[in-house]
Write a new protein. Structure first.
Length: 548
């Protein structure tokens, strides 16, 4: 065994059982404090599982999570349940299997407890509305950043003495954190409008838990100004992509920048026209009329004579003039229809009225392509070629009044792509504030425990170990004890001497007098070292005193 280990073991034996027990207790206490502090300060972060629960639901959720071995915590208000980060999905699936929670935003499960006997139509309608509100609220809460939601729906109703039907409407109250409330409110409006029959997004009002109005009335995204702005941005982005695809293979993605400004016309146009074609004739109807007429006329006459005046005398008739006629007629009428075409066109698209394009090219890249000895004329020619490429890629039109400008300039060194905003130091500190606080608190606790616990213990070990390592042996302790003659001489000298009779005492002498142990302590030290020799010395001293 090495000498150092033997020295340490001998020093520990010199402390005695009582002191060793005290040191062991201090060590156990220090380690316990450090362990408890490390566990408490580094406990896992918790995520919110459910909020706005009844106490009965909180108790049932706690029992289910405890049986599944998932740690949980209850909020200070007693209505929210928190679980360790990363176990939220597992906990929700487990609770969904158990049908929990049952109090918040009840949905179609309301019909599970409704009996069909004695249920009026009014109760059925109210239960349906409540179930629809609960299901929509659950869907809204599934959106990232939405902590809680409550939905109120007014269904359409037409009374007997009301001419117009009441249109449905809805209101939504949400509690959110860390999201853009206005964008989420617009999405929620369309979600509720699509879930309720006959409900339009304009009739949905969204508020937050503080009473602030997030969305109401007409949808601002459906206005003509917003539509025009969206079309302009789409056209500009498309033209910019065309320029990048045309120049990236030649110049590289970091050696040019393009800016496009487009003016579009999004007015709705309706065109109606009727076209007549006189050369294209179509028989509509044909009418044919045929007439055949025969006429025969024969006339008989009695001649004028004497016999006509004689009684009982009949005159003999004679044939008169005869006539006959025949007439044939044929008539045909044909009606023609002129070919016509009627066209009605409704256009909801857009038209680009003017376009302005600006492209800047890295001059160093052009010089690298053309060579270091490139002249300004060569560079200008290459810029003109690039301008032709951009003109072809963007659909440039002089008649429309389009403007294009391509220039070669020197880029700033280190410019690679568009500037991407990076999180600053304060943002990083804010994101890791909790971790930094836990780490700082742990360091402070360890320092305090080490300063107030380990430091005194180390000082005690050093104070006890130093005399043992460099302490006097038995002979030195024996010589340091006063003999009977020296004791008598010291007493006689002390009788006639005053406390301050020593001439010019120095501070070093006083320090030595204080540090030097008393004779009784030195005698006890001798007994600890060797009892037999100490007994012999005491007998010798006693014999000398008797002889005297």
């Amino acid at each position: 065994m090495p000498e150092q280990i033997q020295s340490i073991i001998s020093n520990l034996r010199g402390f005695g059982v009582k002191r060793l027990a005290m040191l062991a207790g201090i060590a156990v206490l220090v380690m316990s404090v450090i362990g408890v502090a490390s566990v408490y300060l580094n406990r896992p972060a918790y995520d919110t599982l459910y909020v706005g629960l009844d106490r009965a639901d909180v108790n049932q959720i706690g029992l289910v999570l405890g049986e599944a071995g998932i740690g949980f915590d209850v909020g200070a208000d007693g209505t929210s349940v928190l679980v360790p980060a990363g176990t939220t999905a597992q906990a929700r699936m487990l609770l969904a299997e158990k049908g929990l929670p049952t109090s918040a935003n009840a949905g179609y499960e309301l019909f599970d407890n409704v009996g069909s006997l004695g249920l009026t139509s009014f109760m059925q309608q109210i239960t349906r509305v409540r179930a629809l509100e609960g299901e929509i609220a659950r869907t809204i809460q599934s959106i990232a950043g939405i902590k809680a939601a409550r939905v109120h729906i007014v269904m359409s109703e037409r009374a007997n003495f009301r001419r117009d039907e009441q249109q449905p409407s809805a209101s939504v109250v949400i509690r959110y954190a860390g999201i853009d409330a206005e964008k989420s409110a617009m999405s929620i409006r369309h979600l509720v409008a699509a879930a309720v029959p006959g409900l339009s997004a304009d009739k949905v009002t969204v508020l937050d838990s503080n009473g602030n109005l997030l969305a109401a009335g007409d949808d601002p995204s459906n206005t003509s100004a917003a539509r025009t702005l969206g079309v302009e941005q789409t056209v500009e982005a498309q033209i910019g992509d065309n320029i990048r695809r045309a120049l990236t293979a030649y110049l590289g993605p970091d050696n040019f920048r393009a800016s496009v400004k487009a003016e579009v016309n999004t007015d709705t146009r309706q065109t109606e026209e009727t076209i007549f074609d006189p050369n294209s004739r179509v028989e509509r109807s044909v009418q044919s009329v045929r007439a055949n007429e025969n006429n025969n006329q024969k006339q008989a006459s009695t001649p004028a004579s004497v016999e006509q005046n004689l009684p009982e005398t009949q005159a003999t008739a004679t044939e008169g003039p005869q006539s006959s006629s025949q007439n044939d007629r044929k008539e045909e009428i044909t009606n023609y229809e002129i070919n016509s075409k009627k066209i009605a066109t409704v256009s909801n698209g857009y038209t680009v009225t003017k376009m302005s394009i600006a492209v800047v090219v890295n001059q160093q890249r052009l010089m690298a392509i053309l060579g270091k000895d490139a002249t300004p004329e060569q560079i200008a020619k290459r810029v003109a070629d690039i301008q032709k490429m951009v003109t072809s890629a963007t659909g440039f039109d002089d008649k429309r009044g389009d403007v294009i400008d391509v220039s070669a300039v020197e880029f700033i060194d280190g410019l690679d792509g568009e500037a991407i905003p990076q999180a600053g130091m304060l943002d990083s500190i804010g994101q890791h504030a909790g971790t930094l606080i836990n780490a700082g608190a742990f360091i402070v606790v360890v320092f305090m425990v080490a300063f107030f616990g380990l430091r005194p213990m180390a000082a005690a070990l050093t104070a006890k170990a130093t005399p043992a390592l460099s302490g006097p042996n038995f002979d030195e302790v024996q010589r340091s004890l006063p003999t009977p003659e020296a004791t008598a001489n010291a007493e006689s000298a002390a009788v006639g001497a005053l406390p301050n009779s020593r001439p010019n005492p120095t501070p070093l002498d006083d320090l030595r007098q204080k540090i030097r142990p008393a004779p009784q302590d030195r005698l006890a030290r001798m007994v600890d070292l060797n009892e037999e020799r100490t007994a012999q010395i005491l007998r010798k001293w006693a014999a000398q005193e008797v002889a005297v």
